[in-house]
Design a protein around this ligand. Structure first.
Ligand SMILES: Cc1cc2nc3c(=O)[nH]c(=O)nc-3n(C[C@H](O)[C@H](O)[C@H](O)COP(=O)(O)OP(=O)(O)OC[C@H]3O[C@@H](n4cnc5c(N)ncnc54)[C@H](O)[C@@H]3O)c2cc1C
Length: 298
């Protein structure tokens, strides 16, 4: 069975590693993997930045991408002489290297057991089923690839262009992409928003543009709440409890999952969930029925 993964960010890489481990253990029927990314495996939106002033919004101890092994990222840091306290917020670019290391190791593991991995820096622009129910993926280079299974890991879209400024050379749509403009007196930079990305942007600009002035525009006028310092063990216990629950079941119902989620959350952090809005599927159905009737009665 040939499996295609579209998107080589954290999700695509986690799946790639899972497939590699299945293949290495002799389980699963994977005979080949195709991995596509339109940006060339640069960590995805959150980690492609080149600025060391852009920091994770999560603590290092919560950033492992291996389910059931909350310390993997900390060990990876230590092995590279970058060890740090688990509650530190590291530069985002470090995480891109971690994702890269996981991706390359997974590819090597596949190849060592005879499963070829085709890696392509290309955008998948078309997907359809063949008469034999194979998935046909066409890239922006107009090459079509066949596979039995498609896994979409396309993640976040670029931020919107709410003010219609995309055509302006002075408008930077993706704050984590590389950009440059001169540092000069009289320079004024407007930052749309005052959340975590805005703080990242301001911190990076403060390093490169010391002569300019920055203004954050936001509806709330507030910067993000400072996160409490919680013991990493609490987060790890919570993640491990969740991992045990997911791996012990073949099928997971959303409502039951929410209930189960609330138990370790309460147990490990003392946070109580209000689950009075459960049965989302039923509610959505009710709402779409109501909208249908409203349109019909208009
Ligand atoms: C601004 C921002 C900051 C964040 N900060 C943190 C943080 O500090 N800590 C944390 O835990 N989480 C953070 N997150 C959440 C984080 O992005 C996710 O945890 C995770 O990285 C998402 O990974 P992903 O693979 O699902 O998506 P992405 O990282 O978005 O990767 C998707 C990939 O798919 C590719 N792709 C998309 N469409 C196609 C196509 N048609 N063909 C080929 N390739 C395609 C893209 O190029 C991209 O590389 C942040 C998210 C954002 C948006």
């Amino acid at each position: 069975m040939i499996i295609s993964i579209v998107g080589g960010g954290a999700t695509g890489i986690t799946i790639l590693r899972h497939l590699a481990e299945l293949a290495a253990s002799g389980r699963g029927a994977v005979t080949g993997i195709q991995l596509f990314d339109k940006c060339g495996f640069d960590g995805g939106v959150a980690y492609r930045t080149q600025s060391d002033r852009h920091l994770f919004n999560m603590k290092a101890s919560t950033m492992s991408i291996r389910p059931g092994d909350a310390d993997e990222f900390l060990r990876w840091l230590q092995a590279r002489g970058l060890s740090c306290p688990g509650n530190k917020h590291l530069p985002r670019m470090v995480y891109r290297d971690y994702l890269d290391a996981v991706r390359l190791a997974a590819i090597a593991q596949c190849r060592s057991v005879g499963v070829p991995v085709h890696v392509e820096h290309a955008e998948v622009i078309r997907m359809r089923l063949s008469p034999d129910r194979d998935v046909l993926l066409t890239t922006d280079r107009n090459i079509t690839h066949i596979s039995s299974v498609l896994i979409l890991c396309t993640g976040h879209n670029l931020p919107d262009d709410p003010c219609g400024l995309a055509a302006s050379p002075n408008y930077i749509r993706d704050p984590y992409a590389q950009f440059s403009f001169a540092d000069r007196h009289g320079l004024e930079v407007g930052i749309l928003g005052s959340g975590l990305s805005a703080v990242d942007t301001a911190a990076a600009l403060a390093k490169t543009h010391q002569a300019g002035r920055m203004i954050c525009f936001s509806r709330s006028g507030l910067f993000p709440t400072v996160q409490p310092v919680t013991a990493p063990a609490i987060a790890n216990n919570f993640r491990n409890a969740l991992h045990r629950y997911v791996t012990s079941r073949a099928r997971i119902e959303a409502d039951a999952f929410a209930t189960r989620l609330s138990e370790p959350l309460l147990e490990t952090t003392g946070i109580r969930c209000d689950l009075s809005c459960r049965n989302v599927v039923g509610r959505c159905a009710d709402r779409s029925r109501a909208q249908h009737h409203a349109r019909r009665d208009r």
